[in-house]
Design a protein around this ligand. Sequence first.
Ligand code: SAM
Length: 231
Amino acid sequence: MTILYPDLESSVAAVPGVYAPQQDSQLLIEAMTIFGAVPGRRVVDLCTGSGVIAISAAQLGADSVTAFDICPKAVRCAADNAEEAGVGVETRLGTWGDALAAGPFDLVVSNPPYVPTSPDAHLEEISAEVGPSTAWNAGVDGRQVLNPLCDSAAEFLSNNGTMLIVQSEFSDTDQSLSRLRSAGLDADVVLRQVIPFGPVLSARASWMERIGMLPAGRREEEIVVIRAEKR
Ligand SMILES: C[S@@+](CC[C@H](N)C(=O)[O-])C[C@H]1O[C@@H](n2cnc3c(N)ncnc32)[C@H](O)[C@@H]1O
């Protein structure tokens, strides 16, 4: 078991085969704390993994928290972690799309898979400790989940509801903003952080350079949190 972010109110553990919380998880928690207006709101965490975001929402005073993931191991891990943290989180096995039927919600938070994925990704040797590839692989442009998530934002949210999503610059931040605005929401980047490449992007850097996605020799990425509001 890997304990990460001991600085969080309660440490959250990821079991093998479940995405271990990383800088993107932490940035989303920071945004939720600063901009999420969590207390008293009905929250859904899409793509919950270890449940780290959902548990933080509960600790921040959400009225209710529901958490979805397609991976049974992740759902069990999130449920165990919530119990250990002593907070109420309803964990459900299902896609982000299944969550639509459970809504609308006042706050939607998500750290979805968003890493651009080369056709040769199956040949990469990435340590199993990082988690399963389904946690990050998101098609050649990294937008396999981001696109439908942004397009469905208005349907997910109650009036005056908020969506907070984290992604990388390499999965086209502007496209998320434009899709959210087209869905009728006010959308802006509210937090940014530049971080060094982790094991997944390091394994993909040459391919990204070849297709012109990454300037030669650069080995850092900007991750951002987008906040979208339904008026
Ligand atoms: C990047 S991890 C984020 C985990 C956690 N929220 C965090 O921030 O540490 C993405 C998670 O999305 C899940 N996932 C992938 N595709 C999904 C989908 N279509 N619907 C719901 N969950 C999905 C994966 O199983 C994985 O647990």
